[in-house]
Design a protein around this ligand. Structure first.
Ligand code: F6P
Length: 320
């Protein structure tokens, strides 16, 4: 394979730039040409791309966001849209495509493979950590660290005023950001879409913690359950403690990627290009038990995300 395309799609995630850099530099190392496609599949359909050189990706390893920009593209869900994308790739002589994004982006890659025979490799780039085939997605670690910084600050002020803080984090339908941020921030309670919450039980836990000398409480609510505002209202109706709500929002999608995300980006990007170079398409890359893996894209997108109940129980036991 001599010429490949590269795009970022869906919600951006810290580490996407570092992955772009790894893809471009690995491809150049192997004597391949790389075309950077702007604004995800929307830009591909419009033929918006430029050839990337060694220096096109200088000074981006530490930057959040994506230099290629990104978009969500409903046209790619139609056969006509996919055909337009395939025609653009053929006209440019692009033989394979690296897609950095989440499950929606992988479905686009799978469709290009299935319906038009274009070899694609997916790199999991989303803060949500909602893909079952990989232990971690690119951007998750940084997003959780950003949530931790916010929660640390909230703890200071909640302690002073002896309040309860309800903090909303992202994750779409997945509770992983709430679970990891909850455990590592010392939050007493997490509320996730995977487990039905019981407000009486939450109030009991809070009261127990106050009786044992605690001055504040942190409750991390995943956006897939409800907003922090709504949860805070529901809680305030049944507790005498003062409740405040905070939505961390898009702040958790930005920022310089952590070491863990930069390392994943380097390894994922490198592996994706090696696969295409060896003529292997229709794959996704990921990490399992600390090893970089690849697997069939069809299989990967059909796997259902499993919640880590053991971690949830750990939080119940150690946060009080
Ligand atoms: O998939 C990443 C994500 O940040 C989700 O956690 C969130 O539900 C969604 O994207 C927000 O999308 P948008 O940036 O389009 O509002």
């Amino acid at each position: 394979m001599k010429r490949i395309g590269l795009l970022t799609s869906g919600g951006d995630a810290p580490g996407m730039n570092a992955a772009i850099r790894a893809v471009v530099r690995t491809a150049i190392y192997f004597g391949m040409e790389v075309f950077g496609i702007e604004r995800g599949y929307a830009g591909l359909i419009d033929g918006k791309m430029t050839q990337m050189e060694m220096r096109s990706v200088s000074d981006i390893v530490q930057r959040g966001g994506t230099m290629l920009r990104t978009a969500r593209c409903s046209e790619m869900q139609t056969l006509e849209g996919q055909k337009k994308a395939a025609d653009v790739l053929a006209a440019q002589g692009i033989e394979g495509l690296v897609v950095i994004g989440g499950d929606g982006s992988f479905r686009g890659a799978k469709d290009l493979t299935e319906n038009f025979g274009i070899p694609t490799v997916g790199i999991p780039g989303t803060i949500d950590n909602d893909l079952q085939y990989t232990d971690y997605t690119l951007g998750f670690d940084t997003a959780v660290n950003t949530c931790l910084e916010a929660i640390n600050k909230l703890r200071d002020t909640m302690n002073s005023h002896e309040r309860i803080s309800v903090v909303e984090v992202m994750g779409r339908h997945c509770g992983d950001i709430a679970l990891y941020a909850g455990i590592t921030s010392g939050a007493e309670i997490i509320v996730v879409p995977e487990i039905k919450y019981d407000m009486d039980d939450i109030v009991k836990r809070i009261d127990r913690s106050r009786a044992s000398g605690k001055h504040s409480n942190i409750i991390v609510v995943a956006e897939g359950v409800m907003s922090a505002d709504d949860f805070a209202k529901e809680l305030q109706a049944v507790t005498t403690h003062s409740v405040r709500s905070t939505n961390i929002g898009h702040i958790q999608r930005g920022g310089s990627p952590s070491m863990a995300d930069r390392m994943l980006a380097a390894q994922f990007g490198n592996k994706a290009v090696r696969l295409l170079k060896d003529g292997k398409g229709n794959r996704v890359v990921g990490i399992r038990k600390n090893s970089i893996i690849d697997m069939d894209i069809f299989e990967a997108v059909s796997m259902k995300k499993q919640f880590n109940y053991e971690l949830y129980e750990t939080l119940q036991m150690i946060s009080m």
